[in-house]
Design a protein around this ligand. Structure first.
Ligand SMILES: [Mn+2]
Length: 404
């Protein structure tokens, strides 16, 4: 297995130089977040920083100069006791992993920035994302700190996230290979767990076997908190408690994905525990057919607006057939299908696609229709990972049957 290495990260920085038009870019790594009194969460890197450096340690910065086409990594100051307990990354290892031209100290970086500001009134930065209120969580403070620092030094600071999202949206062959490995591992874990479904008593037992499978086979772990949801639990879209008892006669929704060398898989299947009822079969079949029809829409140059309109027509038709809504313009449509049909997939499990007008070859997106009927205790979602190719599409998770 070939994994992304120095040449990949160096190549990505070369692409960014072309977009900087002689300007400079500052990309901060994430900082560590508190988990408990004196313990931090397992560290997860900011995706843009990883894409441009391959470095999986907190508090580093990347500086890029588009005119000189040169790169600097700024090493954080690591206290001795942190070094002892958590380890740190030496400058020579940082250079080796990322292929950057130079590793400098924070003090050297300060004078680098002041000097850069004399010839560049404008600095680009990976800015603070605007949606923390929507999600109701605190943002990683790293981007805010970088933004504040640059605001003090430069006349103008502009957000570069959209440019990076556009770049990252079109996957390179090495990225597609790596994602395929993450997806294959996830498919195999499903195939390992499925024949034993009758033997599980609790949702967490199913989760535990996926976790074990991922780790035993070299994945970093889960790409996101897994959802193992029986019966009506499946109607809570982000249900991650995974602690209910499994009951015969219910459906079990499993939304799970391995992370491998930084890349995510994201697959959902819904299975019957025991013999499914006629209604469960009907709903499952409706979602399965819709998913097949929606995947068939995907092709290069498809305008996203057109895609969304076609998806709505397919989903509304399914809901009419299940007698959940009366007509195609019934306002209850979003009650039974409340989430987006697709999202980009890559380093982030919800990878930005860079607000494209049309689909482009190399983009990877999920197709995940779902129908949720809390009053009947039925929630069905089926999700595959689709690569847009030059001529159409390739379902990267096609090996896993979608039957119930
Ligand atoms: Mn998904």
């Amino acid at each position: 297995m070939i994994a992304p290495d120095k040449t990949f990260f160096t190549g990505n920085r070369e692409r960014v130089y072309d977009l900087l038009k002689g300007g400079i870019l500052v990309v901060p790594a994430y900082t560590q977040m508190q988990r408990g009194n004196d313990a931090a969460f397992a560290f997860e890197q900011e995706a843009n920083f990883w894409y441009l450096t391959g470095i999986d340690y907190p508090d580093w910065w990347l500086l890029l100069d588009g005119k000189r086409r040169r790169s600097w990594l700024v090493a954080p100051h690591v206290e001795e006791h942190h070094e002892l307990f958590d380890g740190s990354l030496s400058p020579s290892d940082a250079k080796q992993i990322s292929g950057v031209d130079e590793v400098i100290s924070q003090r050297e970086a300060d004078s680098w920035l002041r000097q850069a500001a004399r010839s560049h009134p404008l600095a680009y930065v990976v800015d603070v994302p605007p949606y923390s209120e929507h999600f109701g969580f605190s943002l990683n403070p790293a981007a805010r700190e970088a933004r504040d620092k640059l605001d003090r030094v430069f006349t103008k600071v502009e957000d570069f996230r959209l440019e990076l999202a556009k770049l990252r949206a079109v996957k390179q062959p090495i990225e597609i290979d790596t994602m395929q490995t993450a997806i294959d591992l996830t498919v195999k874990a499903f195939s390992d767990v499925r024949p034993r479904l009758a033997a599980y008593k609790y949702e967490y037992e199913v989760e535990a076997d996926f976790t074990a499978y991922f780790r035993r086979h070299g994945a970093e772990g889960h790409a996101y908190d897994p959802i193992v949801a029986a019966g009506a639990n499946a109607c809570t879209l982000h249900y991650t408690h995974n602690e209910s008892r499994l009951k015969k006669g219910e459906l079990l929704l499993i939304d799970i994905g391995a992370r491998y060398y930084g890349y995510a898989a994201d697959i959902t299947r819904t299975y019957a525990l025991g013999k499914p009822t006629k209604r469960q079969q009907e709903v499952h079949q409706a979602v399965r057919q819709a998913q097949k029809d929606i995947i068939a829409l995907i092709e290069p140059d498809l305008p996203l607006e057109e895609y969304q309109t076609a998806v709505d027509a397919i989903m509304q038709k399914a809901l009419v057939e299940l007698k959940l809504i009366k007509s195609l313009d019934d306002p209850d449509y979003r009650k039974y299908f409340p989430h987006a049909i697709s999202h980009g997939l890559g380093i982030d499990v919800h990878d930005a696609l860079g607000r494209p007008r049309v689909l482009r070859p190399g983009m990877v997106l999920t197709v995940e229709p779902g129908i949720y009927i809390p009053e009947e205790g039925i929630g069905v979602r089926i999700e595959d990972d689709i690569l847009v190719t030059d001529t159409g599409r390739k379902n990267l998770s096609a090996k896993l049957s979608t039957d119930m």
